[in-house]
Design a protein around this ligand. Sequence first.
Ligand code: GLC
Ligand code: MG
Length: 536
Amino acid sequence: MSADAWWKNGIVYQIYPRSFQDSDGDGIGDLQGIQRRLDYLVELGVDAVWISPIYPSPMADFGYDISDYCNVDPRFGTLEDFDSLAAECKARGLKLVLDFVPNHTSDRHPWFVQSRASRNNTKRDWYLWQDPAPGGGPPNNWLSNFGGPAWTFDEASGQYYCHSFLKEQPDLNWRSPEVRKAMYDVLRFWLRRGVDGFRVDVLYHLIKDVEFRDNPQNPSFQAGQDPSHQLLPLYTTDRPEMQDIIVEMRRVVDEFSDEASARVLIGELYLPLERLMAYYGRTSDGLLQGVQLPFNFQLITAPWHAAEIDRIVRNYEAALPHGAAPNWVLGNHDKPRIASRVGQERARLAAMLLLTLRGTPTLYYGDEIGLTDVPIPPDEVQDPFEKNEPGKGLGRDPQRTPMQWSGAHAAGFTDGTPWLRLGGDWSMRNVEAQQGDPASMLQLYKKLIALRRNEHALHEGSHEQLEAGADVLAYARSAGTRRLVVLLNFATSETPVAAELLPADTVVLASTHADRTGAVKGELVLQPLEGVIVAQ
Ligand code: GLC
Ligand code: MG
């Protein structure tokens, strides 16, 4: 395995630390809890773990508001717990990826406390301060992604500060060389502690227009949509200056890459395809200089039809710059869960899709047991997005509920009371129950992950999209003389597969349907919503 192999050929597993495993009975997941579950992850077969923020935080946005970048929040544990977790990951050959939140700090971060203290404080320009508009009010029309204006007035110093998210999350000024240096030193702090990379939060937001121009109206905005989409984020995201920043960030992580293991940057980027591609970076000496894995979220937003996904896969493959590593994602802590978006049966097809496409898959904890969004009654809402924009279906609590481990108290997540309620199905839908059930989602995931690991064609082979009719998504993955064909039937009826698509003496290596195995005699007829992987 080359140094690059783990993030190119491996599988990433996202843990939302509040909800994975509690170890001290406070109802909030923590680092010791994660450590206790590492063997589960090894058994599942993933290669890397990405943990959402664990740093000291007032938790206005559950850790995405950081008040100290170089420590661990007491709710999650201590730096010693972190070191222990890192060592235990290493001992198991698991890579560890942390969340890096560069766009904003908490308003309680000492940097911001200083910055707001007075207009001539040395940290004033670490954040984005502007005078009120000539007639009073915010300096421009920019909107917060969590509702309301992106500007909050500071009475004491008479200026507004910019926040792309909550007012408790002031945006850093990435034009300041001091800010850049301080943030790169944060990366170094964790790289020295042994982390293998970072998922970079809202990377495309870091630089805002130097003239603070108004964003244009969004002509396709419709009532009922996320109110922040009223404007096009022309002057607030994906600014040209971002291209230099990704090169700098990459250089920092490269300082710590060696023959044995590369350190990786995974960028959170909700951008149109061609702009997403820009974050792989410019080429120098034949190598891309940007983010190794700009997150490809297209399967999260895609309408669930074979033709639609066929188009997405073709366009993505065609758009990738030379030497760029593809990646795919089905869900994360900000988006409705796949099992709720498409239903349990189609979620099995989705699993097969994710784990057989060319490119690094990222799994969201719990998707492997088919966790669904859990409706949260209004008086139990935790997410600030839901609190700011109630009843619009924007809240993210439903996809952040505790992992369901067993039929024991609180599904084995905590000895206490979980911070967010469990899914109503927890006594049936849990890891323990699914481990003993060959037809379970968990067993399907395990099987697909093992196949992906063992088959070069799947983890590093080429990709070729095939034509198999309107309802069947079909592609071949090949390495050397080995050629696997993946056939995913999106129809709710039986669908025969044309003989010329199948290798001679076709053998089914895996099916989403537990009852299908072995050699295919005669014509291959896909069952309703069945996916198969076949080879010779
Ligand atoms: C990212 C995170 C999200 C967070 C936001 C602000 O989108 O994934 O959870 O609320 O950034 O930090
Ligand atoms: Mg705890």
